[in-house]
Design a protein around this ligand. Structure first.
Ligand code: MG
Ligand code: MG
Length: 270
């Protein structure tokens, strides 16, 4: 397996793309409310990315393959939709929904990738807790993303935190290396055992993205659109993702939730 070690110049470019993803998610955050249309969110995100010199990374991905490519800028996955949900003119957000918005940007030859799960209006405490624990599990994984550790250390930290709260980890979908390709080796599972898998080295860049189900871990792919991944038991699922570079002490986050969280903080005050 050829895992690329990125030079600092390359890491800077991945950071720029990842920050544009973070800002785009911040623009989406401003619009998240009951009644908002998901295709409108997609249009806003695409325009924002292009206005800032980037290209939406998911649109028409993968190119040149036999499967029909993903036609949108954002993956918008509501409630029991885990990932790869499709924006649609017929789909509005409703009070109490949780919605994962996943976004990728290609700029100057390098990709950035990040996802955030939003609460729409007032959501149940059960769902709020799922969001909190999934986000915590991402950060616990990032703490393990340091040189000399193994992929399994990241995976185990995520799995332990989510499962100790009674949730289950989606196993079929994993995080990934990222750089000049959106998906590079290695795979970054959200379950596993310490000291297993490849050894992490400074300058490796990975997207860590726990997908955590409130109910059972089993998933299925929608046979309507061929893309949307759903929790088979119909229970809600959460998804948070950062693009991270391996450093000596812990992972350095190249993407950002700051733009989203400042919008959320304003809404709590007002
Ligand atoms: Mg993503
Ligand atoms: Mg990803």
């Amino acid at each position: 397996m050829n895992i690329k070690i990125k030079q600092e110049q390359e890491i800077d470019l991945i950071r720029e793309s990842s920050l544009l993803v973070g800002k785009t998610l911040g623009e989406v955050a401003k619009l998240i409310r009951p009644g908002v249309n998901t295709l409108m969110l997609d249009k806003v995100a695409e325009e924002f990315i292009r206005d800032h010199g980037g290209v939406p990374a998911f649109k028409n991905y993968p190119s040149g393959s036999e499967v029909p490519p993903f036609p949108f800028t954002l993956c918008i996955s509501v409630n029991e939709e885990v990932v790869h949900g499709m924006p649609s003119a017929g789909k509005d957000l409703r009070e109490g929904d949780i919605v994962s918005v996943d976004c990728g940007v290609l700029m100057n030859g390098y990709f950035g990738d990040s996802a955030y799960t939003f609460a729409v209006g007032e959501v149940s405490s059960k769902r709020k807790r799922l969001l909190r624990v999934t986000k915590e599990s991402l950060y616990l994984g990032i703490e393990q993303a340091r040189a000399g550790n193994f992929i399994g250390d990241v995976s185990q930290a995520i799995q332990f935190h989510a499962e100790s709260h009674g949730y289950s980890i989606v196993r079929e979908m994993v995080g990934h290396g990222i750089g000049q390709d959106l998906h590079e080796p290695p795979e970054v599972p959200n379950f596993g055992r310490k000291k297993t898998g490849i050894e992490l080295k400074e300058g490796m860049v990975i997207a860590i993205e726990p997908m955590v189900n409130l109910g059972k871990r089993k998933i299925r792919v929608s046979n309507t659109d061929g893309w949307t991944v759903l929790a088979s038991d119909g229970q809600p699922s959460a998804h948070f993702e950062h693009t991270v570079v391996i450093r000596k002490d812990k992972g350095e986050i190249l993407s950002s939730f700051d733009y989203v969280e400042s919008v959320e903080a304003t809404e709590i005050i007002s």
